[in-house]
Design a protein around this ligand. Structure first.
Ligand code: CAA
Length: 258
C-alpha cells in the first residue's frame, strides 16, 4: 500500500499542501521531505498557482527532523550525504509566496519549516521550539540563522540554548508569526491570506518576495539598489499598466500575469 505523505488541494490559484504522515506529529523523515519538496517544486513551476499554504495536522505542524534516523547517523555519513541539505534546499527556494499554517507543535525542523513560510499564521495553542540542544545537536535547517532574523538575538539564543518552547502569543509578540487565531481557524485564515495574495500579478508577487527576502541577506544599500531595479522592471509588464489604469478608471484590475 502506498501512503501519501503529502496531500494537495487547490482553491482557485491557492494550493493547500498538508503534511500527512501516518504519525500525526509529522516527523520530517527523508521520505516526507522528498514528497514535500516534489510537491512544492511542482507548484512553483505551475502557472495556475500563485500562492501556497503549507500546514500539518491538528496535533503538529511538524515535530522536527527524524530522531530515529539521527540516532543512527554518523559524522562521516552526515558529511558525505550532506544530511538535510538537499531536502531543505528544495523546500526553501520557492519563488512563489508561501503561507505556513501552524497548529500544535512546531519543534526543531518543524519550527524551521514554518520559518520557510513568508508569512506564518499560528493557532492559539501552537508551540514553537528549537529543542535540538536536548538531543546533543544544534538546529540544522535554519534555526541559528532564520530564527534570530525573525525574533532577534536574545530570544533566538534563549530558544536555541535552552530548547524550551514559546507560546503562540510570545511568537506573535516576537514577530515569528504574523497572526494568532483560534486553532480551528488557522487553515482558513491562511487560505484567505493566500487568496488575497493570489489576486495580484504573479511576476510582481515573485518580485516582491525576492526583494523583501533580500532585506535579510544584504546591506541596506544593496537591498535598496535591488529593490529599485525590481521596481523599474515592473514597467516592462502589461500588469503594471493594467493595475495603474484600472485604479484611475475605478475598476478592478484584470491581471494577465505578464
Ligand atoms: N522524530 C521521530 N519520531 C518522533 C519525533 C521526531 N522528531 N517526534 C515524535 N516522534 C515519535 C515518538 O518517538 C513516538 O514514537 P512511538 O510511538 O513509536 O514511541 C511518537 O512519535 C509519539 O511521540 P511521543 O510519545 O513523544 O508523543 P507526546 O505527545 O508524548 O510528545 C512531542 C509529543 C512533545 C512532540 C514529543 O514527541 C517530542 O518532544 N518530540 C521530539 C521533538 C524534537 O526534539 N524535535 C527536534 C528534532 S531535531 C531537528 O529537528 C533537527 C533540525 O534542526 C532539522
Amino acid at each position: 500500500m502506498t501512503v501519501s505523505l503529502v496531500t494537495l488541494e487547490h482553491q482557485g490559484a491557492v494550493a493547500l499542501v498538508t503534511l500527512s504522515s501516518p504519525n500525526a506529529l509529522n516527523p520530517l523523515t527523508h521520505e516526507l521531505m522528498t514528497a514535500l519538496g516534489n510537491t512544492l517544486q511542482m507548484l512553483d513551476a505551475d502557472n495556475q498557482t500563485r500562492a501556497i499554504v503549507v500546514t500539518g495536522s491538528a496535533r503538529a505542524f511538524a515535530a522536527g527532523a527524524d530522531i530515529q534516523a539521527m540516532a543512527q547517523m554518523t559524522y562521516a555519513r552526515a558529511v558525505t550525504e550532506n544530511f538535510l541539505a538537499d531536502d531543505w534546499q528544495r523546500v526553501s527556494t520557492l519563488r512563489k509566496p508561501v503561507v505556513a499554517a501552524v497548529r500544535g507543535y512546531a519543534l526543531g525542523g518543524g519550527c524551521e519549516l514554518a520559518m520557510i513560510g513568508d508569512i506564518v499564521v499560528a493557532g492559539d495553542t501552537a508551540v514553537f521550539a528549537q529543542p535540538e540542544i536536548k538531543l546533543g545537536l544544534l538546529p540544522g535547517a535554519g534555526g541559528t540563522q532564520r530564527l534570530p532574523r525573525a525574533v532577534g538575538k536574545s530570544l533566538a539564543m534563549e530558544m536555541n540554548l535552552t530548547g524550551e518552547p514559546i507560546t503562540a502569543a510570545r511568537a506573535l509578540a516576537a514577530g515569528l508569526v504574523s497572526r494568532v487565531v483560534p486553532d480551528a481557524d488557522v487553515v482558513n485564515t491562511a487560505l484567505t491570506i493566500g487568496e488575497s495574495i493570489a489576486r495580484h500579478s504573479l511576476p510582481v508577487l515573485m518580485a516582491v518576495k525576492a526583494a523583501t527576502s533580500r532585506a535579510f541577506e544584504t546591506s541596506l544599500a544593496e537591498g535598496l539598489s535591488y529593490e529599485r531595479s525590481a521596481f523599474h522592471g515592473c514597467f516592462a509588464l502589461d500588469d503594471q499598466r493594467e493595475g495603474c489604469v484600472a485604479f484611475l478608471e475605478r475598476r478592478v484590475p484584470h491581471f494577465n500575469h505578464r
